[in-house]
Design a protein around this ligand. Structure first.
Ligand code: SAM
Length: 232
């Protein structure tokens, strides 16, 4: 899978050289390219923002550098991909969920455009739709300073679903949100620690009883912490 990220702060993404995703990049499972939007700016100050039409606080990202960046990146992806998926992190977008991550993990070429300031000139989204499938995606109902942290969260959630990135594929299946529920509680050694014991059933060796207990815990946890998931 190829992911191109466009940002005015490329070094935000340095963390994605570490751990499982770093390894996936090194072994070629994930081709992640980070680009500086200012490389497509047309003036010597490499300007990417301007004042908003209609007035108001803050600055808006100019359309020209974005269009040039998208033109270049949309035409430089994997040969088999005619139209990339173009994601713009936005607090005004659809909510990013595990099923969104699964959907994106099946794509071969994704471009992520990270907004800053008050966001990107609206016409960029219309233009991008002529090049690929555009998705405005929100990390949650709050406002971040820029799209970089949201992009990193999405890349990590999507990247770990690429076959081979997580060593044991079994560990993906049982996780929170995979079946619409939260995961059951986990324990490791020692069995007794600071007056707290691991639930007896987990020490019983009875796989049927363990599976039943875990299923009950998943339901109970979800009911308590995220009842909204049960009505989805
Ligand atoms: N004025 C915009 C609004 O009210 O919808 C918010 C702009 S925000 C300060 C700057 C950038 O941060 C956005 O263009 C987007 O890329 C990113 N961003 C902020 N909150 C986000 C969220 N919850 N999910 C994804 N991206 C977010």
């Amino acid at each position: 899978m190829r992911i191109d990220v466009v940002s005015i702060f490329p070094s935000y993404f340095d963390g994605l050289t570490l751990s499982l995703l770093g390894k996936a990049r090194a072994t070629g499972l994930l081709d992640l390219q980070i680009h500086d939007l200012r490389n497509w700016a047309g003036d010597r100050h490499r300007t990417v923002d301007d004042t908003p039409y209609g007035g108001g606080a803050g600055m808006v990202m100019k359309p020209e550098p974005w269009a040039l960046a998208l033109d270049d990146l949309a035409s430089s992806g994997p040969e088999a991909v005619d139209r990339p998926t173009i994601i713009f992190p936005s607090p005004a977008g659809e909510l990013f969920r595990q099923k969104t991550a699964r959907d994106f993990a099946a794509r071969e070429h994704i471009i992520i455009g990270c907004g800053r300031y008050e966001g990107i000139d609206e016409r960029v989204f219309e233009y991008a739709a002529s090049l690929g499938e555009v998705r405005l995606v929100s990390l949650g109902d709050y406002v971040l300073n820029g799209g970089e942290v949201a992009a990193m969260a999405m890349i990590e959630a999507v990247g770990r679903l690429i076959p081979g990135v997580v060593g044991n594929p079994e560990s993906l299946v049982e996780e929170s949100h995979e079946d619409g529920l939260l995961e059951y509680p986990s324990y490791t050694k020692p069995a007794a620690w600071r007056d707290r014991s691991v639930p007896d059933v987990l020490l019983s060796g009875n796989h049927g009883a363990i599976a039943k207990w875990r299923g009950e815990q998943q339901l109970e946890r979800t009911r308590q912490r995220r009842p909204d998931l049960l009505s989805d």
